[in-house]
Design a protein around this ligand. Structure first.
Ligand code: GLC
Length: 720
C-alpha cells in the first residue's frame, strides 16, 4: 500500500479536512478575513497548508511542529503570491509581458523560485493568466495583456520557470495558474463583479492560457472569485471537474481563492456554509483558502448526505500527492535549508535591471530626443515618482520591503555623476495639493532636459483597485501642465516617464512630451534601468501588450475584434464608429519604439497550399536603417476573411525578436503549424475550413503597417 493510502486509512475526518484547509499567516494581508496564530491547529492536524508566511526560520519552525509534533507528521504546504519576484522585484507581469520574450519570462520565474524556496516556500500563486481588455480593472497589472496567444506562451514559460525540471528539487516551487477563468471581463471593469461573456469568447480567449498551463504541467489552479453567467467559478462543476479534469486530464490541486468558498453564500447559491462547502467539493475544489468552509461545513454536509466521503478522500489524495511530488515527505526542510550567497543576489539584481529596461515601452520620441547626450550637465527631475523607490515595486510585491529599490533620481545621479540635477516632487502622488507646483516648475529653468516622473501609486492597480478615471491622479495633471508651459517657454524638451499598472489615458502627456516612456512598475532596479535607457546604454525594446485607449469610452478596445456587418468607413455614416473619437487606440497592441529604425519587406510564406499537418514557414527581411543597434519585435497575425463564423480582424499567431546593428538587414523566419489556423466552429469544437487565409507580419496590430500574403487551406483529407 502506498504512503498516501496508508496515511489516508489512518486519518480522522478532522485530519482529512485539515489537509483541505489553507490558513493565512500575517506577513501580508491579501484578503478580508485574517486568522490568528496557527501553531496549535498545525499541531492538531487541523491545517495542512499556510499562505503569507515569510522567512526561513518562521517557516522551518511551523514545519517542525507539523512534522514532529502532529499525530501523522504530514508536512505543511507553504504558499505565497510570488508574482514578479520574492524580495527582489522584477517588473509587474503586465510590464514583463511587454518584453515579448518567453526566455525572459522563464528566467525571472526561475530566479523568483530560487529566492522564494530559499525562504522555505513551496507554492506560488502565479502565474496570473487573466486576459484583460479593460484597463479600468486594476488586476490588468498582474496579467498577460489582451491576447490569448501571448497569455498561453507566458503560461508555459512561467510554469517551466517556477516548477523547473523536477518539482521535488530544493529550488522548485509549485505554480498556480489563476484565476480560472474569464476574470478579466468583469462588468464595468469593477473587480469581483459578475462576468457574462459568450461561450465563444470563453473558448477563444479565456480558456487557452489555462489549457497551455495544464499542458505545461502546472501543479495547481485557482478558480476566480467571479461568477460566469451566474455560476460562481468556485462551484463551476462543468469548467472545473468537467473541462479541467475530465477533458484536459488535469490531476493537480484546485485551490480556492481567498474566502471564495464561503462567498458562495453571498453569490446567493448556498444557504449556509455546509451547502457552500458541498458545492465547492462537488465542483472539484480541493483546498479551501481561508474560508474554513470545509472544516466547519463538510461534517454537516456529510450528515445531510450533500457531500460524499469519496470526494473528500479524492481531494486529500491530490493534496498529499502534491506534497509528495514537492518532496516534502522525503525532506520537509529541503527548502530554506541555506541562505543565498551575495553573488546570487547580485546576479538577480542584474537580471532585474536588464528585464526592467527591456520591459519599458518607448511610446514616442520626437526628433530622437532620446538617448540623451553623454555630456549633458543640467537635468531637472520632476514629479512625485522621481524619488519614490518603494512605489517602483508595483502591486503584489511579495516579500520586497520598502528598502533596497533604486529610484529614478538615484539612477540618474549614478548615470550622470557630473551633472547638476535639480529635483522636486511638486505634488503628492494621489492627493490634490498644488502648493509645490510653482517652485517645482521654477527649478526647470536652466535645465537642458526635464525628466517628468508621473503616474499611479503602486496600490492604485492590482486587486480591488478598479478606476473609472484613467488619467493622472490628484494634482499631477496641474504639475504636468506647469512643467510643459515652463519648458515650452524656454525650449527645454520634456521626457515623461509614466509609471502605472495599466494603460493610462493621458492625452496631455502624449501632446507635450518630447519622449514618453511607459515604465509600468519596473521593480527593484527601476532607476538603473531607466538610466540605462536615457543614456542609450540600452535601447528600448518593450512593446505594449494592451491596446492603449484614446478615451475611456472606447473600452474595451483590442485588436482581435470581429468585423461587424458595418465596419467603420469614413464616408458612410451608417458604420461602426464614434461621433467624438477615432476607433483606433492611442497606441495599438505591439507598439513600441527603439533607438533603431526598422523596415520590413519581402514577406514570403511557404508552402502556399496547406493541410492541417503542414508547417508554414514565414520569412521576411528586417532592416535597421537607424543609427543605433536595437532589437526589433515582429508580430505574426492571421486573418480568415470567410468562415462559418465571423473571425477576428487579426489573430496573433507568433512573435519573434531580432537585434540588428545600424544598416544591418536579416532574413528572419517564423514557423507556424498550419493546425494553428483552425478555429472553434459553430459547435465550439476546433474545425479546419478550406479557403484562403491572410498571413500578416509587422511591428504591431495596426493593419496599415503590416506586410500581407495569402495561403490556401486545402481540405484536410486529400480527396481522391
Ligand atoms: C487574493 C487574490 C489571489 C491571491 C490570493 C492569496 O484574494 O485574488 O490572486 O493569490 O488572494 O493571496
Amino acid at each position: 500500500m502506498s504512503r498516501i493510502e496508508r496515511l489516508l486509512s489512518r486519518m480522522t475526518l478532522a485530519e482529512k479536512l485539515g489537509q483541505l484547509t489553507m490558513t493565512a499567516a500575517h506577513h501580508a494581508t491579501t484578503g478580508p478575513v485574517i486568522a490568528g496564530d496557527s501553531t496549535e491547529a498545525i499541531r492538531s492536524g487541523a491545517i495542512g497548508s499556510l499562505l503569507n508566511l515569510v522567512g526561513a526560520d518562521a517557516i522551518h519552525e511551523l514545519q517542525r511542529v507539523a512534522v514532529e509534533e502532529s499525530r501523522l507528521g504530514i508536512p505543511l504546504l507553504l504558499g505565497f503570491d510570488v508574482l514578479h519576484g520574492h524580495r527582489i522585484q522584477f517588473p509587474i507581469p503586465l510590464g514583463e509581458t511587454a518584453v515579448f520574450d518567453p526566455g525572459v519570462w522563464e528566467r525571472t520565474a526561475r530566479e523568483a523560485a530560487r529566492e522564494a524556496t530559499a525562504d522555505g516556500l513551496a507554492l506560488t500563486f502565479a502565474p496570473m493568466l487573466d486576459v484583460s481588455r479593460d484597463p479600468r480593472w486594476g488586476r490588468s497589472a498582474e496579467g498577460p495583456g489582451e491576447d490569448p496567444f501571448v497569455a498561453a506562451r507566458l503560461a508555459q514559460a512561467k510554469v517551466r520557470g517556477f516548477q523547473g525540471a523536477r518539482l521535488a528539487a530544493a529550488d522548485a516551487i509549485a505554480a498556480c495558474a489563476k484565476h480560472y477563468c474569464a476574470y478579466g471581463p468583469v462588468t464595468a471593469g469593477r473587480d469581483y463583479a459578475s462576468v457574462d461573456i459568450s461561450e465563444r469568447t470563453l473558448h477563444e480567449v479565456h480558456l487557452p492560457p489555462f489549457e497551455a498551463a495544464v499542458r505545461a504541467g502546472v501543479a495547481t489552479i485557482m478558480p476566480a472569485f467571479t461568477d460566469l453567467a451566474g455560476m460562481p467559478m468556485t462551484a463551476h462543476r462543468p469548467l472545473l471537474r468537467g473541462h479541467l479534469r475530465e477533458r484536459l486530464g488535469f490531476e493537480g490541486v484546485l485551490i480556492s481563492d481567498y474566502n471564495a468558498i464561503a462567498e458562495l453564500m453571498r453569490h446567493g447559491i448556498a444557504a449556509d456554509l455546509a451547502e457552500a462547502a458541498a458545492l465547492a467539493l462537488e465542483a472539484g475544489v480541493d483546498i479551501d483558502m481561508m474560508s474554513d468552509a470545509f472544516r466547519r461545513g463538510l461534517p454537516e454536509a456529510l450528515r445531510r448526505r450533500r457531500a460524499r466521503m469519496a470526494d473528500i478522500d479524492a481531494a486529500v489524495r491530490r493534496v498529499l500527492r502534491l506534497k509528495e511530488s514537492l518532496g516534502l515527505f522525503a525532506d520537509p526542510y529541503r527548502r530554506g535549508a541555506r541562505p543565498e550567497s551575495a553573488a546570487v543576489v547580485r546576479r538577480r539584481r542584474r537580471l532585474a535591471r536588464e528585464v526592467a529596461a527591456r520591459a519599458m515601452v518607448l511610446l514616442q520620441n520626437e526628433a530622437d530626443v532620446l538617448p540623451l547626450a553623454p555630456g549633458i550637465s543640467r537635468i531637472a527631475v520632476m514629479g512625485p515618482l522621481a524619488d519614490a523607490p518603494a512605489e517602483m515595486r508595483g502591486p503584489w510585491s511579495a516579500a520586497a520591503g520598502n528598502e533596497g529599490h533604486v529610484s529614478v533620481l538615484q539612477g540618474l545621479r549614478e548615470a550622470f555623476p557630473g551633472a547638476r540635477i535639480e529635483h522636486a516632487a511638486g505634488v503628492p502622488l494621489r492627493e490634490v495639493e498644488e502648493a509645490g507646483i510653482e517652485a517645482a516648475a521654477a527649478l526647470c529653468d536652466g535645465a537642458e532636459v526635464i525628466i517628468l516622473c508621473v503616474g499611479e501609486a503602486a496600490g492604485m492597480s492590482g486587486e480591488a483597485a478598479s478606476r473609472t478615471q484613467l488619467g493622472l491622479p490628484g494634482s499631477q495633471p496641474r504639475l504636468a501642465r506647469a512643467v510643459f508651459e515652463r519648458a515650452r517657454a524656454r525650449g527645454i524638451p520634456v521626457i515623461t516617464v509614466l509609471f502605472s499598472g495599466r494603460p493610462l489615458i493621458v492625452p496631455e502627456l502624449v501632446e507635450h512630451s518630447a519622449a514618453l516612456i511607459a515604465a509600468w512598475f519596473p521593480g527593484s532596479e527601476a532607476g538603473s534601468a531607466i538610466a540605462d535607457l536615457l543614456t542609450g546604454r540600452r535601447s528600448p525594446e518593450g512593446r505594449t501588450p494592451l491596446s492603449w485607449p484614446r478615451q475611456a469610452g472606447q473600452i474595451p478596445v483590442f485588436f482581435g475584434q470581429r468585423p461587424s456587418g458595418r465596419p467603420a468607413h469614413p464616408d458612410d455614416g451608417f458604420t461602426s464608429k464614434y461621433l467624438d473619437s477615432p476607433n483606433e487606440p492611442q497606441f495599438p497592441f505591439g507598439h513600441g519604439l527603439t533607438y533603431g529604425r526598422f523596415e520590413h519587406a519581402d514577406l514570403v510564406v511557404s508552402p502556399a497550399r496547406v493541410r492541417p499537418a503542414s508547417r508554414l514557414r514565414i520569412r521576411l527581411t528586417v532592416r535597421n536603417t537607424g543609427r543605433r543597434t536595437a532589437t526589433d519585435t515582429v508580430f505574426l497575425f492571421a486573418r480568415d476573411p470567410l468562415a462559418s463564423v465571423a473571425r477576428p480582424l487579426l489573430e496573433l499567431k507568433g512573435f519573434t525578436k531580432v537585434r540588428l546593428r545600424p544598416g544591418e538587414r536579416r532574413r528572419i523566419g517564423i514557423t507556424l503549424a498550419a493546425a494553428e489556423l483552425r478555429f472553434h466552429g459553430a459547435s465550439l469544437e476546433p474545425v479546419w475550413e478550406p479557403g484562403e487565409v491572410e498571413i500578416l507580419a509587422g511591428p504591431c496590430a495596426d493593419r496599415r503597417r503590416l506586410l500581407s500574403t495569402k495561403v490556401q487551406l486545402l481540405p484536410s483529407a486529400s480527396r481522391k
